[in-house]
Design a protein around this ligand. Structure first.
Ligand code: FES
Length: 111
């Protein structure tokens, strides 16, 4: 398992084991703890680039970690612009790096 995860916190105590599930980053399976932020799971798996900016195609990753800056936006289950630092993991989620503003899939388009 990753060294990024805090297993013994000085104030909160030991991390509970929780339920491990599988999510998919750009189609690749990743082990994640159910309920933790998607960004935490990706970070623990060594993934640092979450999206690329529209204008200059610059990489972005975690910045604020509290849902305020939008640097962690990704496409989750075909929905673009999801803030992964505040969105909890669910079994089987499909998470994809977002390029620019992202695109809605045909499945999520409303007529
Ligand atoms: S890291 Fe800032 S909104 Fe997620």
């Amino acid at each position: 398992m990753s060294k990024v995860r805090v297993k013994q916190h000085p104030i909160l105590g030991p991390q509970e084991e929780g339920q491990w599930v599988t999510i998919y980053f750009n189609g690749k399976p990743i082990k994640a703890r159910k309920g933790e932020p998607i960004a935490a799971s990706l970070y623990a798996a060594g993934i640092r680039v979450f999206r690329y900016t529209k204008r200059f195609q610059e990489p972005r990753s975690l910045f604020c970690g509290i849902g305020r800056c939008t640097d962690c936006m990704m496409t989750v289950n075909d929905v673009p612009n999801v803030r992964t630092c505040i969105t909890p993991v669910e079994e089987g989620m499909r998470v994809e790096q977002q390029k620019g503003l992202g695109q809605w899939s045909e499945k999520n388009a409303t007529s």
